[in-house]
Design a protein around this ligand. Sequence first.
Ligand SMILES: *Cc1c(COP(=O)(O)O)cnc(C)c1O
Length: 386
Amino acid sequence: MEKTDKTKIYLSPPHLSGYELKYINEAIESNWIAPVGPHVDQFEKEIAHFAGTKEAVALSSGTAAIHLALLLLNVKKGDYVFCSSLTFVASANPILYQGAQPVFIDSERDSWNMSPQALEKALKDARTTGSLPKAVIVVNLYGQVAKMEEIVAICNQYSVPMIEDAAESLGSTYKGQHGGTFGCFGIYSFNGNKIITTSGGGMLVSNNVKAMKRARFLATQAKDRASHYEHSEVGFNYRMSNLLASVGRAQLQVIEERVQAKRAVFNRYYQELADIPGIQFMPELRGTRSNRWLTVLTIDERSGFTNEVLLGSLEAENIEARPVWKPLHMQPLFKGAAFYPHSELEHVCEKLFYKGICLPSGTNMTEQEQNRVIECIKSHVKVTTP
Ligand SMILES: *Cc1c(COP(=O)(O)O)cnc(C)c1O
């Protein structure tokens, strides 16, 4: 009889380590439930130690971390901020919170991340027109760190600070250095779908100790030094709770196992599917180690099917897959924003969007479940009988 098990397979579900209850109990028993407490302090220290930065500030989300980074760089109404186009909307929403204007930069093929060539052109034009950006937000897509050497050099040349959106790339490295540590500020996310999770949360990391002190101040309603609640600036309620930080600490203990599991998921897909004509996997830039948060591939004409067709049949099998992020310069929200392509002839991120598909990449996915995904994809390949 045909197997009819169609339990839902999710794209990237949370995966508990087993240590969470111990830490949560500790937090509850000590009555530290507030957005301050020993687990928050420890989680910050542990992330800073892991990533190799002087400081880390635990926050309510990755989006809040990006917003604070822009505030710390004094981004205001009318300022320009450059941002990768191929990303989740959360990378750029904080630009709008500040009333600033985004300019979107295309990807290149080797990492799918910000094209240094397009960035350079955009900065050159901006200098000519006296509209240099206050910041450049560089995203490490799906766990792959961008071409940092080139990007950092270009940003330095124009004296524009860089913010690294490493929401998806905790545990990834570039020439041995952790993603998230190449700019003035880096951000991580612990949303439910990320490689480790606190159910919801984020982290701002930096070597700028003074700025991070200010980040803590802004994230706790900007209370001036006084016992009577004195305020002279707008503040935010952006701190992570001690309870969630305790979950984060339990998760961080197994980050290396999670990276290895994500990479093993990728390797199985690769072994089984790389030979299908027209299928190409997201590359791993030489000298980098991607956490392979999601296994992503593109499908072109040679395959005889499209990503849309495949998305449909995976859905019918109760398997969650997704297209690649729709580039932000194509979104109605950012209508009218400037876009700098990799080259006039090649808009890389648009191609990736039209052809790309993200496969289920849960670290707790069983081999059997992964086989269901693989079989579904293989069923589209035309059998050519000799
Ligand atoms: C998840 C994500 C964010 C936002 O993180 P939250 O913690 O959900 O606010 C930002 N940028 C990218 C690229 C993401 O994937």
